[in-house]
Design a protein around this ligand. Structure first.
Ligand code: MTE
Ligand code: MO
Length: 318
């Protein structure tokens, strides 16, 4: 985000990339020959139309929280990524993340809890019914996408460890493996990538642990095997490839706040009235569209989440 400002992303850059990714998808799908019939019956027609070469997840429960907006293409969602551990260019994660080893994988849940636990990813997947949640994602760089995630509410995971009354925040730490992640060998951020939420934000029913998209297992570049999705906040809050969750009584310091505290605050709620110091947040470009859209307060999730911030000055708590 320090590297690539929205003004730097010319429409001409998008088209060749989409073509490139389209071609790769074709090769992958043809090679593995996964039939559409294998994919969960709960998916919308666009998602059911064709497999994308990943392992199908299902059956999936439909969520009342899903938007009915047009989905972004699989190639945009998996080819235009921010995952700085794999490089800062939008196409770097798709190119490099095949090196990420997602098995074995464990996540430890610790800190101010009664029952700290380390869970294998296989057990995480059994905690709750998998849902399809179609959410808007708004990046702080002023672009957005609509993504059909597969996952379950983070609250189902957090309840496992019985948080203490003194726990006020939840901190998420993600994998930092210099062997497989070229970005971790560079100094672009302080690794590991850390993010945080207030406990009530973490427990909110919209807050998701995503383990898949488009009905299939999460591609590595999107944060496999488990990542956070907090749809009313800028995308950087949605930490990828989580290995540790810690309950604390102090506000966690995220990697982006550490890198530039004037630019990236703790709350990071999508807010068209609070500009980034270097660019406006009033509008956004939906990938695949050329006319900019107006950015909505809380990314359009205000009905569900505005009450979390009653009485707070959102200019100060940006
Ligand atoms: N570990 C980790 N998580 C991360 C990032 C990152 O660089 N590293 N980038 C964030 C940013 S800036 C965005 S916009 C979203 C992008 O998610 P997507 O590529 O699946 O759309 O991931 C977030 N999670
Ligand atoms: Mo982002």
């Amino acid at each position: 985000m320090l590297i690539k400002r929205p003004a730097d992303i010319a429409p001409s850059e998008i088209t060749p990339r989409a073509l490139f990714d389209g071609r790769r998808d074709f090769i992958r799908t043809a090679g593995l020959g996964l039939g559409a019939a294998l994919i969960g019956a709960g998916l919308p027609p666009a998602a059911r139309a064709a497999g994308h070469g990943g392992q199908p997840l299902g059956p999936l429960v439909k969520s009342p929280y899903s938007t009915s907006e047009k989905l972004n293409d699989y190639s945009d969602i998996t080819g235009y990524c921010n995952f700085y551990e794999f490089g800062t260019d939008k196409s770097d994660p798709a190119r490099n993340a095949h090196r990420l080893k997602t098995r074995p994988w464990t996540v430890s849940i610790e800190g101010l809890v009664n029952k700290p636990k380390t869970l294998a990813i296989e057990d995480v997947l059994k905690l709750a019914p998998l849902e399809e949640r179609i959410y808007r994602l708004r990046c702080v760089e002023a672009w957005s996408m609509v993504i059909p995630w597969v996952g379950f509410p983070l609250s189902a995971l957090l309840k496992q460890v019985e948080p203490l009354g003194s726990a006020k925040y939840v901190e998420f730490t993600t994998l930092a493996d210099p062997q497989t992640m070229p970005g971790v060998r560079s100094g672009v951020l302080d690794w590991p990538y850390v993010e945080g939420l207030r406990l009530d934000e973490a427990m909110h029913p919209l807050t998701l642990i995503a383990v898949g998209l488009y009905g299939e297992v999460l591609p590595n570049q999107n944060g496999a095997p488990m990542r956070l999705v907090v749809p009313w906040k800028y995308g950087f809050k949605s930490a990828k490839s989580i290995v540790k969750i810690r309950f604390t009584d102090k506000e966690p310091v995220s990697s982006w706040t550490r890198a530039a505290s004037r630019e990236y605050g703790f709350y990071s709620n999508v807010n068209p009235d609070v500009d980034h110091p270097r660019w406006s947040q009033a509008r956004e470009r939906r990938l695949g569209e050329f006319t900019k859209r107006k950015t909505l307060m809380f990314n359009g999730y205000g009905d569900q989440v505005a009450s979390l911030y009653t009485g707070m000055d959102l200019q100060k708590n940006f």
